[in-house]
Design a protein around this ligand. Structure first.
Ligand SMILES: CN(C)c1ccc(C(=O)NC[C@H]2N[C@H](CO)[C@@H](O)[C@@H]2O)cc1
Length: 473
């Protein structure tokens, strides 16, 4: 049973511990800008995957992922979101040259998601800066070789990929990009202009809802708040300004540095100014990877306690930084684990419960086959599929106040917005709702057992409404 309670991150409220899950009761609903919204103004609850790590190394920059793979994911888990990996090396293979052929390939795949009603966040992905940090091109990914200046400093050979971040050549490549060296002010300009080229292509695409400006930033010799409030915030501002010259409506999602923040420490990220008309559309997209999990401890015993402490700290720090960014909506851009670890699915449920508490979208890392993913190398469905196939209110015609879900029950409290014409839309899995649905507190507009979507007639009330869905007897 996964009980999920969405609570306010705005009201001070009393911290109420219920069933071991911390919850801050909402005394006032979070402002609508605490959620990304769709074109009809509905608050979006985003659930999906990072697709996919395989794109880091393919020559054409595309994930090893087919439309049939998406069809299966949609049928098995009812996802509505994807953090789709793109790369600077593919967008701008030569300085100032933007590959429309690559963007064509991206657009083709985004069309698969659009055909199924998904929302897409494009992730300009990097790890260890670039494939150019090692001769085999297989260690890092993201930046093009022409933007990789290691100044002849060495890069070693390590068993753990994270260790490459401490090599002098890798640090120098990052230092030159952030212009900590003073030698390459042009690189961040190129980066912002690459984003403009991407946004120019997707500004009017019905499925693209957000741009994740940089995956897991790393400051090289600059670390922590001095990096995050300095070069990182500057790059985000420069990229946001470039995007807004061609796209006024997509959300711009900014992430803290990975080191530390992935483990629950606070971020020094500064606010970004959004020049668009109306409400700002800046979102915050941190990741979480508790160190005890990374060290193989699993979610049990002492390791489980340390993970819980990390999750609690991460949540508070995430809410704090989202407030600094102007009550920005939150998307948990990445979390994941080897789901063969002890307590793995309890951890998955804990993270989804925490995400729901702060109104965050979630993209699981990752969609690739294997022990972390929903499907094995041989294509068989793994334990993660059932864990993720649970009811959720995909689009809410108003402000979500709280919701709880298990396989065969969903209870949603929301404050309707009578100005919205589109109805609240809820996903209900086959395993919990094999036939008709009993609805208490609301009126069914439609129940489509093929798409697994139930829509509610918009209540003619401004007061909070609580709807409970269970399988009809
Ligand atoms: C030392 N530094 C800077 C560092 C260490 C560890 C990670 C990491 O595990 N990240 C978690 C996952 N995210 C990437 C993709 O974005 C995956 O490859 C990692 O497993 C990142 C940075």
């Amino acid at each position: 049973m996964r009980r999920i309670r969405v609570v306010s991150l705005v009201a001070a409220g009393a911290l109420v511990l219920a069933g071991g899950v911390g919850a801050v009761l909402r005394s006032d609903p979070a402002p609508a800008e605490s959620y990304l919204t769709d074109d009809q103004g509905r608050s979006l609850v985003l659930r999906g995957f990072n697709t996919a790590s395989s794109a880091k190394s393919t020559p054409d920059g595309m994930p090893e992922f087919t439309e049939a793979d998406l069809e299966r994911e949609h049928a098995d888990m009812g996802t509505n979101f994807v953090r789709f990996l793109i790369s600077w090396r593919s967008v701008e293979p030569e300085p100032g040259v933007y590959s429309q052929e690559y963007l064509d390939r991206v657009e083709e795949r985004i069309g698969w998601y659009a055909d199924r009603g998904y929302h897409v966040m494009l992730d300009m992905h990097q790890d260890l800066w670039s494939g150019a940090i090692t001769p085999d091109g297989k260690t890092g990914n993201g930046a093009p070789a022409w933007a990789t200046y290691m100044d002849g400093l060495p890069v070693g050979s390590h068993d753990m990929w994270e260790q490459y971040y401490l090599d002098a050549g890798v640090i120098r490549a990052f230092d030159n990009f952030w212009n900590t060296t003073g030698a390459h002010p042009e690189l961040s300009e190129h980066y912002a202009n690459a984003w403009r080229a991407v946004a120019e292509r997707f500004a009017d695409h019905p499925a693209v809802v957000a741009y994740d400006l940089m995956n897991e930033p790393y400051g090289g010799t600059l670390q922590g708040p001095v990096f995050e409030s300095g070069p990182l915030t500057s790059l985000y501002q420069k990229s946001t300004d470039a995007i807004r010259t061609v796209d006024q409506d997509s959300w711009v999602c900014v992430a803290p540095q990975a080191m530390g923040n992935n483990w629950g420490t606070p971020s020094g990220l500064g606010a970004i100014t959004d020049s668009r008309e109306g409400d700002q559309r800046i979102a915050y997209c941190p990741h979480i990877y508790p160190l005890p999990m990374d060290l193989g401890g699993g979610y049990e015993g002492t390791s489980g306690d340390l993970v819980d402490a990390t999750v609690a700290s991460w949540r508070d720090n995430t809410v704090r930084t989202a407030a600094v960014l102007g009550d920005a909506p939150i998307i948990l851009g990445e979390f994941g684990l080897d789901t063969t670890l002890p307590g793995a699915l309890d951890y998955v449920n804990r993270i989804y419960a925490t995400a729901a508490e702060i109104g965050a979208g979630v993209s699981y890392w990752s969609r690739d086959p294997g022990p972390w993913g929903p499907y094995g190398e041989d294509g068989t469905a793994r334990n993660l599929v059932t864990a993720l196939d649970t009811p959720y209110p995909r689009a809410v015609a108003g402000t979500p106040i709280s919701w709880e879900a298990s396989a065969d029950r969903l209870q949603l409290t929301f404050r309707p917005d009578r100005d919205l014409s589109a109805p609240t839309e809820i996903y209900l899995p086959q395993r919990g709702f094999p036939a008709s649905v009993a609805v208490d507190g609301g009126e069914v507009l439609a129940w489509d057992q093929q798409s697994r979507l139930l829509t509610l007639r918009q209540p003619q009330s401004d007061e909070d409404v609580t709807v409970t869905l269970t399988p009809a007897p």
